[in-house]
Each structure stands twice: as C-alpha cells, then as structure tokens.
Design a protein around this ligand. Sequence first.
Ligand code: BEZ
Ligand code: FE
Length: 292
Amino acid sequence: MPYVTEQNLTDVVLDRWRAVPDPRLREVMQSFIKHVHAFVRDIEPTEAEWATAIDFLTRIGQRCTDKRQEFILFSDVMGVSMLVDAINHRLESGATPTTVEGPFHVPNAPALADGANMAAGCPGIPCFVTGTVKGLDGRPIANAKLDLWQTDGEGLYEAQRDVTGPWMRGVFHTKADGSYTIRTVAPIGYSIPMDGPVGDLVRRTDISEMRPAHIHFCIEAPGYRRVVTHLFNRACPYLETDVVYGVKAPLIVDFVENPPGTAPNGEKIDTKFYTIKYDFVLQPVAQAAAAA
Ligand code: BEZ
Ligand code: FE
C-alpha cells in the first residue's frame, strides 16, 4: 500500500472502497468520496472550520425528535429534496408535477364527504377548492383519493398547535365524474422552523426563510402514479424566493375573492371567501415505466 500524500490520498481511499461487494453501495461510496474530497480540496478548511462543520452536523442530529427532522429541513433548504424529487418523478408533460412532501404531513387524516369542511373551528378566510382528477388521456378518474394538509389562516400546522384532534387536514374522494369540492380556509405564507441549526445558518445570509402560501395534496388512484404536490397562491409575495425551491409554474393558482353568497358546495357564506379551481392530471403507472 502506498503511504499517503496530499496528492494521492483521494486515490488511496477510493482504492480501499473498491472492496465493497454490494455494487450500488460501492458506486454511492466511490462518488461520495470523490465529491467530499473535491469539496475539501476546493475550500481548504482550517481545522477550526472543519470542527465547526462537524459541530453543525452534530447539532442537526441533536435537534431531531419523533416530531421534528432537522436533517430533512437541511436537505430542503439546500435544494436537495427537490432534486431527489425531480429525479424520481420525471413525468410526461401535461401531468401534474410533484413537489416535496415537507415535514408536516400527518397520516390517517379523517375521511370527509365531498364539499365538507376540513377547517372546522380553524381561523382563516373560507376557501373552496374545486376541480377534477383525470388521466393524461383526459378521462376523469372516479374515487381518486385526495389527502390534504395545510396551515390555517394564521400560518400554523397541526404540529405547531396545541390541539388533540385533526387540524387543517382531511381525505376526500372524487365523485363518479372525477370532480371534487373541498371547503377549507386560505393558507398564508409561513417561515420554516428557525429555532435550530438550519435557522442559525439561514440567518447568516440574506436568504428568505419564508414558504409561499400553499395547500399540500397527495393524490392516489389505482393504476396511476401517486402525486405529492402543492397548489400555490399566485398573489403570495414569497413565490419567487421559496426557501425550499418547491414552486413550479403549473402549480400556481388564482385564489379568486368572492363577496358573501353561495359557495361551490351550496353553503351560504356571510363573509368574503376564496375559490380555487384546479384539474389534477395523473400519469398511468405503465406510461411512467416506458418513459423512464
Ligand atoms: C412544508 O411545506 O410544509 C415544508 C416543506 C419543507 C420544509 C418546511 C416546510
Ligand atoms: Fe407546507
């Protein structure tokens, strides 16, 4: 074995890590070693800087609990979550694009009837989302499952509220004609959690910590690719600077303001309310395999 020098060290390490029987693990580790060595050669850290980097990663781990994942937040803020999402969801044009799931999805939301209110008792301006779920061929998909979650009108998710019951989330199903109607309240833009090491890092920059107002959707139907996505409010000032890079043009919608009156679910609303129209387009599973 050659003794190491600054010049040969990367090759010596790569050579050692050739002895990995699992080919995928070997490929991943070889690439990791190449890139992390190139990074260190590029920045030439002092020992104090390297210790700071180790301390940062340590604090990220220490900030994680069963309710909080600071590593995912770091990946989100570095744009890596959206890159992994993009690589794994190369859909046909015309299919509704995906975005990151984020940390606030709570499984097993209550099943609600078409037109029901997933924001009962929650603060905010009433908001109705209507549209259809269809396939790339334009045919409506009956009984597609729409799992929604979002902030309330004060910018808080269930995990950030001291509540026991479900808060701002619900599961809806399309009708036979593929249509759906959801009553909720309008979400507002909000800050990612800033009380941990990722927040400390963002505060040392001019980067906005805000996410634009959005509603999260996970849509599933047998025979189609599952879509995890958001709808964003076109009027929100944070669209261009989303801290997790989640905004895609086809997902920006108008929150149309309406005077008091009859809402899309037939209810009489005595305050102003918003309406959003959106047709989700799902890609068949077989088509995805052919395109890949
Ligand atoms: C969210 O949209 O819920 C979210 C996504 C990534 C980081 C923080 C929040
Ligand atoms: Fe969100």
